[in-house]
Design a binder for this molecule. Structure first.
Ligand code: SF4
Ligand code: FE
Length: 484
């Protein structure tokens, strides 16, 4: 059932039957429910680009496992060029959807698991790598979407996994059977979960020997018995009840990725889908590598979003007659400068990539953390500048129903117009797009997706090579290189 197009992808989702709740009710079909259909369409774009001659070179790759042509989203980076192509692909997808297209989480999980399982086998003589390659070949051949599931609920944050009063606060193995394991727990904030085919479960943090049952990597189909999802609410989501409504702002695609809680209630996983079982000393590596790959993305996908936002603001200034103001040009210049700065760090951490012993390439983790950390500032500044330039009307706009109303519609048309010749509807539409891209959930995602800012600061400090920097300073100051 290889998926060859966006239509195939959408069709494939109707064949899965995951249990998904939203606002207290079951979602029967994610491809048509207004809450989820927008995210399905955004993810579908990752399939569409694979057959678009303009972007094919970025969107497809050759599998090093089978030699067959595959989606880049299922590829293991074989060199620096692969890492850079990924960045370029993500920016294009950000530009085309103006939102999160979700498929990178599984992509990054695949890449982290690949190198870590290889190293586990070298150390322990296990066979996780071979199992993982088999599963990955299946994913590549079928062209499936995988959700990378890392973040555990964590309960009392002052305690580790094994010391919680409720042991399920971190996902764990509750039983080991002859033919597989039983897992229980939950994963939160799972981007793209409701419209993926498979879940790649990974541990959420570094662990010590007391946490053997929590050190687990495995693959689970989204509709495996015992899996239940609860789809999260987003700012202004009820506006989407009518998807064609002008008030939505971005009718085709979501504001953000579409996140869900995934609950695992004693889910059976056969051994051939288990890629870590108790190797606690590798938990830190999987988190570290996954996080670095994912943080490297943010200067790419978010830059694509900022390109759209910059375009939206420029157009709005044109149609309301402010485009030629020198302060307007200056602010737009700053928006571009910030976006391109973020893109530079995504390119830089890829250009400084390095081969792991498995052959899979990793990004430069210091630069990837700096990249994501800057997103938590620059994206907000770009949004602030966009809001500044757009003016207050994006916060007070009457709705589409008012525009359509016989009594007040003519007033909305008259008093929300801009320069002559431009329909008021166009000004409203672009205003709504800016509203959707600068408010609520969209900005929270930029702050906390791929790890909150403090997580990057910890990594930046840890990787800062301060000892070496002290040496440089001592040499120049002619201080002897003692221990202290
Ligand atoms: Fe991909 Fe960006 Fe969405 Fe993360 S936030 S899944 S990197 S599009
Ligand atoms: Fe994200």
């Amino acid at each position: 059932m290889k998926i060859n197009s966006s239509a195939d992808y959408i069709n494939s989702l109707t064949k899965c039957s995951p249990i998904i709740y939203y606002k207290g009710k079951k979602i029967e079909d994610v491809t048509t429910n207004p809450a989820t259909a927008v995210h399905v369409r955004a993810a579908a774009m990752t399939y569409a680009l694979a057959s678009d001659p303009e972007y094919m070179d970025l969107a497809i790759a050759t599998s090093h496992l089978s030699g067959r042509t595959i989606s880049r989203f299922t590829h293991v980076h074989q060199n620096i060029e692969d890492l850079i192509k990924k960045v370029k692909l993500l920016r294009v997808l950000g530009q085309k959807t103006g939102t999160c297209f979700q498929r990178c989480v599984g992509f990054d999980g695949i890449n982290a698991t690949y190198s870590v399982t290889y190293e586990m086998d070298k150390k322990y003589g296990t066979s996780y790598f071979e199992r993982f390659k088999k599963w990955l070949t299946y994913i590549q051949d079928e062209n499936l979407m995988v959700v990378g599931a890392m973040t555990d609920p964590k309960g009392d944050r002052s305690k580790g996994p094994a010391n919680q009063s409720d042991p399920d606060q971190y996902l764990r193995i509750v039983e080991r059977l002859k033919d597989g394991i039983i897992i229980r727990g939950a994963k939160l904030h799972m981007t793209g979960a409701v419209n993926s085919h498979e879940i790649l479960v990974m541990p959420t943090t570094a662990m010590d020997e007391t946490c053997k049952d929590y050190a687990v990597i495995c693959a689970v189909p989204v509709d495996a018995p015992g899996v239940t999802m609860i789809f999260g609410r987003q700012a202004n989501d009820s506006r989407r009840d009518n998807q064609e409504d002008m008030d939505v702002g971005k009718p085709s695609f979501g504001v953000v990725g579409g996140e869900a809680v995934i609950i695992f209630e004693d889910v059976f996983v056969p051994w051939e889908r288990v890629f870590m079982d108790g190797e606690t000393d590798f938990c830190g590596d999987i988190v570290y590598r996954f996080a670095a790959h994912h943080r490297a993305n943010y200067g790419a996908c978010k830059t694509g979003l900022m390109d759209v936002l910059t375009g939206a603001v420029c157009y709005l200034t044109q149609i309301q007659g402010t485009a030629n103001g020198s302060h307007v040009k200056d602010k737009v210049t700053e928006m571009i400068h910030l976006s391109e700065t973020l893109y530079s760090s995504s390119i830089a951490c890829s250009a400084e990539g390095w081969p792991t012993s498995s052959g899979a390439f990793m990004v430069n983790t210091m630069l990837a953390n700096v990249c994501k950390h800057n997103v938590t500032r620059f994206h907000f500044e770009v949004a602030r500048l966009a809001t500044d330039l757009a003016g207050g009307f994006i916060a007070t706009l009457p709705g589409e129903a008012d525009l359509a109303n016989k009594e007040v519609g003519p007033f909305v048309k008259k008093y929300f117009s801009g320069v002559d010749g431009i329909p008021t509807e166009d000004r409203i539409k672009i205003g709504r797009l800016i509203e959707a891209m600068t408010g609520g959930t969209a900005m929270v995602e930029s702050m906390h997706g791929a790890g909150s800012p403090q997580a990057q600061r910890i990594m930046i400090f840890r990787e800062g090579r301060l000892g070496q920097k002290i040496k440089l300073a001592k040499t120049l100051a002619r201080i002897s290189q003692r221990d202290k």
